[in-house]
Structure formats: C-alpha cells, structure tokens
Design a protein around this ligand. Structure first.
Ligand code: TYM
Length: 327
C-alpha cells in the first residue's frame, strides 16, 4: 500500500518564503514520488484559534489554495481541500482530546508562545490546537508530514496520540514523522527569529516582484563586511542562509571566504540574491495569474478535493468510533 502524506497551512493570507521553503517544497517533493498518496489542506479551523477577521477568512483560504496551485500542487496527484469542509476533522479531534491531558498541552512551547502573543485570547481551541492537528494527520493515516521545524512539538503530540489510541483501542495508526526540507528554518529578514507572517518586515512574499524583493533585502541589517568570524546570527546570517537556499552551497562558501579576506560588498550580494529569488518566484507568479483567471476551475478543484477527503476521513472516523465503543 502507498504511504500517506498530509500537510496544511493556516489561512492568514498569501504565503511567504518560510512557508514555501519549509512546507510547500516538501509537499511538492512528496507529490512527485509515486510511492506516496498526498493530502494537502488549508487549515482554516486552526486559523480561528487566534484573533482573525471573519470578513476576510474565506478570501485568505482562497489565497492559500491559489498559492498551492501556483507553486505546483497538482489536483491530479494530490487531494487539495479545506479543513472545515471535512467536518470529520472536528469530530476526530474531539475523540482524541479524551486521550490528552491539559498539563501536557499547557507545557508545549508553541502554546506558550501563542499565549505570550495573545494573552487576551487563551481559549480552549488554542489549547486544543495540537490535538486537532493530530486529527488532521491521523485521519489520513499519514506517516510523513512536510512542515518546518517549528512544528516538531505538534508532531510529537500526534505520535503520542497514535501510540495511545493504538495501545488502548487496538488500532494501527502510524506514528507520523516530519519530512524536512533544506529550508526547514528560514530566518527573519530582521535578523531575529524566524521569518513569519506576523512580524512586520520579516518576510518576502511568494507574490513579491523584483522591486519589492530588492527593497526588503536592502533593509536587512549588515555589518562592515569582513572579520575573522562569519556571523552565525543576525542579518548577515540570514543573508547567507538565503544565498545557500537560492544560489547554492558553493556560492555561500565563496562569500564566507570573502568575509574573511577582502570583505563582502553587501549591495552586490543583495542584488544577486534578489535576482535569484525572483527567478524562482516568477514562474509561480505567472501560474498564479492563470489560476486567478479561472475561478470556476479552482472551485471545481476544491469541491472535488473536499469530496475525496470526506470519503477517506469517514472511513477512519467510523473505525475510531467503533473501537472506542461509540458505534
Ligand atoms: P502555519 O500556517 O503556521 O505554517 C505553515 C507552514 O510553514 C512553515 N513555516 C516555516 N518553515 C521554515 N521557516 C520559516 N520561517 C517558517 N515559517 C512557517 C511551518 O513550519 C508550517 O509547515 N500547524 C500548522 C498548520 C497545520 C498542519 C496540520 C500542518 C494544521 N494542521 C496538519 C501539518 C499537518 C502551522 O503552523 O501552519
């Protein structure tokens, strides 16, 4: 039997390079491998665990779908769907919540981070975030999950739930592993932390044109350009990571040597890097435009994906309900 893959991204707007390199590239690699059956969703139910605007949620779901298709997710090869349109996820999430303690959830670093960001919004749904995510993954019996390294604590919870439900109810869920890409941690343009949607000036968007990319790179903080030790954090480290991801290891090594000898001219580095990033994004942007111009086709892709996902989901949900003594 083919092995299953599931991944998802929250609907907070258009994707950035962190999402693309950490998640979407892995999604594409597994989609291209005939040994895997791939399920890729928009995690709109996870989106509403933090403050959001209901007026633009649907729009944002659409943005993620369009970015998925533009980046190369192929409805002929992958089931592309919207989490909330497969109500079985919520139900399985509830059943799973009976297996997890509140204390375990409260101690997760991802939970603590969100509490810090939104102290006024520490809801049950936020606490339950990893449980719903485990339901997303185990629903399709996925053994591989292409996500960035920040999601590892959530995968640990999914493994714990799989192991508990297997031993307590005699089921056979796989314990899912993360599928890592070389961009599993894309640093922020500010030089502090990871690239993210919520931090102003930290990211490059998949839809940014060359001028926007240049402008954003111009703001990355740098130093004098030379010294004995090549920086391992801050803006210079971010630039070198992006050079490695878009221009290759050799180029990064050249810059490292240059740093320790005659010095780096950051303006040249940034210009070259902007070109390299744009070269990768350009075909994605062109494809996006094509899909934007065919809204009915996109609607159909989503509807068919939702339907396929619902069928698969119902099988697992019935199995779990039976094992738990509900049916
Ligand atoms: P979200 O929307 O926060 O993040 C989407 C994906 O992008 C990756 N990512 C990054 N990777 C590398 N460097 C970065 N700077 C960076 N920023 C974001 C994240 O690791 C993630 O893969 N909980 C998930 C959504 C989800 C999900 C699931 C994922 C819900 N259910 C089931 C997999 C399976 C999330 O945080 O998405």
């Amino acid at each position: 039997m083919n092995r299953r893959v599931l991944s998802g991204i929250r609907a907070t707007g258009r994707l950035h390079l962190g999402n693309y390199l950490g998640a979407v590239k892995g999604m594409l690699a597994l989609q291209a491998d005939p040994n895997y059956e791939t399920f890729y969703m928009v995690a709109d139910l996870h989106t509403i665990t933090t403050p959001y605007d209901p007026k633009i949620l649907k729009e944002n779901v659409r943005e993620v779908i369009l970015d998925y298709l533009a980046a190369g997710l192929d409805p002929q090869k992958s089931v592309i769907f919207i989490q909330s349109q497969v109500p079985q996820h919520t139900e399985l999430g509830y059943l799973f919540s009976t297996l997890v303690t509140v204390a375990r959830m409260q101690h997760l670093p991802t939970f603590k981070e969100k509490v810090k960001q939104h102290p006024e919004n520490v809801t049950m749904a936020l606490l339950n975030y990893p449980v719903l995510m485990a339901a997303d993954i185990l629903m399709y019996k996925a053994s591989l999950v292409p996500v960035g390294i920040d999601q590892e604590p959530h995968l640990e919870i999914a493994r714990e739930i799989a192991s508990k439900i297997n031993s307590r109810f005699g089921l056979a869920f796989p314990e899912p592993q993360r599928f890592a890409t070389s961009g599993e941690y894309v640093p922020s343009l500010t030089g502090e932390g990871k690239m993210s949607k919520s931090v102003e000036g930290s990211n490059i968007g998949l839809s940014d044109d060359l001028a926007a990319i240049r402008e954003k790179l111009a703001k990355v903080p740098t130093d004098s350009g030379s010294g004995n030790q090549v920086p391992t954090e801050g803006g210079v480290a971010t630039l070198l990571t992006l050079v490695e991801l878009f221009e290759g290891k050799e180029k990064t090594e050249q810059y490292r040597k240059q740093y320790q000898t005659e010095g780096i001219k950051y303006q040249d580095l940034k210009n070259e890097l902007a070109e390299a990033i744009y070269q990768e994004l350009k075909p994605i942007q062109e494809r996006r435009l094509e899909f934007e111009n065919k809204p009915e086709m996109v609607d159909k892709i989503i509807e068919e994906g939702n339907e396929k996902a619902r069928q698969e989901a119902q099988k697992t949900l019935s199995e779990v309900k039976q094992a738990m003594g509900l049916i």
